[in-house]
Design a binder for this molecule. Structure first.
Ligand code: COA
Ligand code: MG
Length: 296
């Protein structure tokens, strides 16, 4: 079986408005695994051009170290997206977030335009990643075709606020109204070998609620969560990292499985529970999440 491609660790992905030099600078000091400089809904229509220039100047000047540098462009359904790409390619971002993605054709259109821009700017063709945001009813229905649309895809992102607006759903703390869509996105991503990151948590003061939601969506299979404020970053990072205890337990299980396999047994009992291959695969993910953690 081919080994999966190496992807950046993406537990926390912190948004900031692209026209805010202050917030982009501030992001350098934070532990976010990815930053997303926004050109879309976090930027007023009159500020779009300022935001493009601010993102280019900031990305050129600042050293983000290992942090992934992403830009959220405007949707393909608007006239803004082509200028977003042709101007901000100068920032050499690691990737673009595609909001309100609703079809494979949209992803492919952006990918083709990026290929032209990479070629004309001397960048390796195919090197810029794409992360579609699935956040409309149509996007959720088309999640599988979006997840398999293009080789640049590196993750699916789920957006609940726009989705609720699109569907007329009323957001609640428990999130039952978005559970189907949330599950559909993480399932479509996994079906095509992609990680998925969960929607923003808009109650900035409620870090306990955020931590609980992180635990819940990690259990659904998400590997990270979008953030909108610095105080959310460490909460998200630790929720999506494995604890020493979890790693030790997972290693014990993997070791036991290997010795049972060597003795010709595929299924066995440990601590009162049945252990077989799927449980070992889950344990390997726990170890991998911990191993990939850094500085937090
Ligand atoms: N990224 C980087 N720095 C941020 C930040 C962010 N998303 N949000 C706040 N900060 C900084 C502020 O600049 C401030 O630092 P400073 O005093 O040294 O300048 C510090 O963190 C505390 O900020 P605070 O006063 O609590 O928040 P605020 O009133 O400045 O901003 C928001 C509140 C919601 C407007 C802001 O958090 C924000 O812009 N979030 C991102 C919104 C966004 O991008 N939305 C689109 C995607 S959904
Ligand atoms: Mg939005």
């Amino acid at each position: 079986m081919p080994s999966p491609p190496t992807r950046p660790l993406r537990r926390s992905l912190l948004f900031m408005p692209g026209d805010s030099t202050r917030k982009i600078e501030k992001a350098v000091e934070l532990n976010a695994d990815s930053i997303i400089a926004d050109l879309e809904d976090g930027v007023a229509l009159s500020q779009k051009q300022v935001a493009r220039q601010t993102v280019v100047a900031s990305f050129q000047r600042l050293d983000f170290g290992p942090t992934e540098r992403l830009i959220r462009m405007n949707p393909v359904s608007t006239p803004l997206w082509e200028d977003d790409l042709s101007q901000t390619i100068l920032a050499h971002p690691d990737g673009y977030v595609l909001p309100k993605t609703e079809s494979a054709a949209q992803v492919q259109r952006v990918s083709q335009r990026l290929a032209e821009l990479e070629a004309s700017h001397g960048l390796p063709v195919g090197s810029i990643r794409l992360l579609p945001l699935v956040e409309t009813a149509l996007g959720v229905v088309k999640a599988a075709e979006i997840a398999s649309a293009d080789s640049r895809l590196d993750a699916l992102l789920f957006g609940a606020e726009d989705l609720a607006g699109d569907m007329g759903a009323r957001r609640s703390r428990e999130g039952w109204e978005i559970l189907y869509a949330r599950s559909a996105v993480v399932t479509a991503a996994a079906a095509y070998g992609l990680p998925a990151s969960d929607t923003v948590y808009i109650d900035l003061a409620d870090t306990e609620g955020l931590a609980a939601e992180c635990r819940f969506v990690r259990g659904l299979g998400f590997s990270g969560k979008l953030a909108i404020h610095p105080r959310q970053v460490d909460v998200i990072n630790s929720a999506f990292s494995s604890t020493d205890g979890e790693i030790a337990q997972a290693r014990r299980l993997i070791d036991a499985f290997e010795s049972q396999q060597a003795a010709g047994r595929g299924v066995f009992e440990m601590d009162g529970k049945m252990i077989d291959m799927p449980i070992v695969l889950a344990a390997r993910k726990v170890v991998a999440a911990g191993r990939r953690g850094r500085g937090d």
